[in-house]
Design a protein around this ligand. Structure first.
Ligand code: DOR
Ligand code: ZN
Ligand code: ZN
Length: 352
């Protein structure tokens, strides 16, 4: 059996639902799912209740993390109070208590609010991670994603803030970010395993194919792979977004948006991109382990390791996930790349 030891993964984008929606996931179960997927660091999005938009609220989340998380969980604070897109949080004060700022789950609609967020972020050395979605357009229109990216790249060029684009899913988003990087703009971005491996042809009338942004065309998927290969796309993040079985049982139209991803990311990417010869293993490891830490300024610990079996095929069985969420488009896929063990600072936090 060929086992490899890789630097443990780091996910810049997960939803752990606590505080607020603990019927979907808790920090304890989310962190266990992360460990089972080979991750030792994850960044938790702020669409929580209460929203971590003040010192008091983010401390409440941090206390649960300190008590329950088997791996490192770093909270995001929101960009705007209550994630309502209107009033900025106190970025300067909160900066030392979170990994970055995001209104994920919603896009910041107002260019004026975004400009002021960028100015403050630039002045305080904070990172803005943007969920890009124009609410005046249907999400299926890729312009709903790339329109706000185009707007923000201009603001970013003027303010110099570190602007990170979440879960890009369209060809035009890749090309806008490629051009911006060439022009020296301070932008980084992530995509997710489902955008790199699925397209419209794969969608069935089932909640496990429902997420935001949506799966797009084969041409969009192709552009994302090209963007990963040429370094336009820095990181692969899962957007692990658990919901209850009930919330995901209402078909493609009616189900809640979001799929779980922590326990399938490596095997899906390894099987579909690496074994198929499309992307070198090194590039995937870079995008899962090294780049996320580098772009968010997180230290790399050589004693954070994941042990993986590259040779034995297995079938993804969502009923065995450590996550409380079980909805994934990859259920039943035969894949390679099972995580055998995850070590955080040389301590085993997961063993198969
Ligand atoms: O699919 C999604 N799920 N997209 C989002 O923007 C939010 C996320 C969630 O929190 O469930
Ligand atoms: Zn999002
Ligand atoms: Zn998200």
């Amino acid at each position: 059996m060929a086992t490899v030891v890789l630097p443990a993964f780091c996910d810049l984008h997960v939803h752990f639902r606590e505080p607020g929606q603990t019927w979907k996931e808790t920090i304890r179960t989310g962190a266990m799912a992360a460990a089972r997927g080979g991750y030792t660091t994850v960044c938790a999005m702020p669409n929580l209740d209460p929203v971590p938009d003040s010192l008091e609220h983010v401390k409440l989340e941090q206390d649960i993390i300190d008590r329950d998380a088997v791996i490192e969980v770093l909270p995001y604070c929101s960009i705007t109070k209550g994630r309502k897109g209107l009033e900025l949080v106190d970025i300067k004060t909160l900066k030392d208590h979170c990994v970055a700022f995001s209104d994920d789950g919603s896009g910041v609609q107002s260019p004026d609010v975004m400009r002021r967020a960028m100015e403050t972020a630039a002045a305080s050395g904070a990172i803005l991670a943007a969920h890009c979605e124009d609410n005046s357009l249907p999400g299926t229109d890729p312009r709903s994603e790339w329109g706000p990216i185009e707007r923000d790249l201009e603001l970013c060029a003027r303010t110099g803030c570190h602007y990170h684009v979440c879960h890009i899913s369209s060809r035009k988003s890749v090309s806008l970010i490629r051009e911006a990087k060439a022009a020296g703009i301070n932008v980084t971005c992530e995509t997710a395993p489902h955008y790199l491996t699925l397209c419209l042809d794969d969608i069935q009338d089932h909640g496990r194919f429902k997420m935001n942004p949506p799966i797009r065309t084969a041409d969009d998927r192709e552009a994302l792979i090209e963007g990963l290969l040429d370094g336009t796309i820095d990181a692969i993040a899962t957007d692990h977004a658990p919901h209850s079985a009930e919330e995901k049982s209402k078909g493609f139209q009616g189900s809640a948006m979001g799929i779980v991803g922590l326990e399938t990311a490596f095997p899906v990417l390894y099987t579909r991109l690496v074994r198929s010869g499309r992307v070198p293993l090194d590039r995937v490891v870079e995008a899962l382990s090294k780049a996320p830490r580098r772009i968010f300024g997180l230290p790399e610990n050589p004693l954070d390791q994941v042990v993986i079996d590259l040779d034995t095929p297995f079938v993804i069985d969502s009923s065995r996930f450590a996550s409380m969420g079980h909805s994934t488009p990859f259920d039943g896929w035969e894949v390679y790349g099972r995580v055998l063990e995850t070590r955080k600072n040389a301590v085993t936090v997961y063993k198969a």
